[in-house]
Ligand binder design. Structure first.
Ligand code: ATP
Ligand code: MG
Length: 242
């Protein structure tokens, strides 16, 4: 891993990139995952690279929903496993949720490597390898999942997920929660709760936030995030002219 000096102004961001590069080298993260992260980073810039109030509320609501669920499942892909392996295991413990490896570019080898990574970080059981069920409406391997895992879940946390799959899960009648820095993505628009925050902040926050049990309007929250971005850009534009 390349050493990033802590004094570098973009230390956190560079360290995060290094985790993903290491994930690719270990065979956990796909190359396409690097590009997906770049898109996320761009939106992180727009919110100031910190957890905004709207995200905090969504994180707290997500925790409440997962705690209330009968069979909550957290879906883990190659980016999640590279960026927050320990925190995602802690979150699953807090929520009494199952962990399932679910990949867009699925190979048995990558599933096994991610399972191993999660187990090294304390996970006792990891679903995803069996792939004995199918999410209706998704072609090829993208629809594979475990019967005892995602297939029978009532609430699923699908961080950094493709819009198509989020929609297919919602069409199965599941409550869907996503973590996605892009408030315009199809996942963000489809999910019942959208957490617009970097996963490296969102998951640790969710490990110790107070659950929020009151009403929550996801569309309202998303709209307020877009307004926040616009206002922030407006004030940055004024700063440039000073
Ligand atoms: P969709 O299919 O939902 O319209 P997409 O094609 O943009 O969206 P994918 O590449 O399929 O999305 O999924 C990755 C999503 O995850 C992107 O929207 C990206 O902004 C987001 N993302 C990437 N890295 C992070 C991160 N570290 N934290 C939070 N979100 C991230
Ligand atoms: Mg997509």
């Amino acid at each position: 891993m390349v050493e990033v000096p802590e004094s570098h102004p973009r230390y956190e961001s560079l360290k995060t990139r290094e985790l993903l590069v290491e994930g690719v080298e270990k065979g956990i993260t796909s190359k396409a995952g690097l590009i997906a992260h770049g898109r996320g980073e761009m939106f992180d810039y727009l919110i100031g690279e910190e957890t905004i109030e709207q995200a905090k509320k969504a994180e707290r609501k997500a925790v409440a929903d997962m705690l209330d669920a009968e069979n909550p499942v957290i879906s883990v892909n190659g980016n999640v496993a590279a960026l927050v392996p320990a925190a995602i295991v802690s979150l699953a413990e807090r929520l009494d949720a199952k962990l399932e490896v679910n990949l867009f570019h699925r190979t048995d080898e990558r599933i096994e490597k991610i399972e191993k990574e999660l187990k090294e970080n304390g996970a006792k059981k990891v679903y995803g390898k069996k792939a004995d069920a199918k999410i209706p409406g998704l072609d090829h391997d993208r629809g594979l999942c475990d019967k005892e895992g995602i297939f029978s879940a009532d609430v699923v946390l699908v961080p950094l997920e493709d819009g198509d799959r989020t929609k297919a899960l919602a069409d199965m009648g599941k409550r869907t929660i996503t973590i996605d820095l892009n408030p315009l993505s199809r996942s963000a628009k489809t999910a019942d709760i959208t957490i617009v925050d970097n996963i490296v902040r969102a998951v640790p926050n969710m490990c110790d936030c107070e659950p929020f049990y009151d009403d929550f309007d996801d569309a309202e929250n998303l709209s307020s995030i877009l307004d926040f971005m616009c206002e922030r850009l407006g004030s940055l534009s004024k700063d440039v002219k000073k």
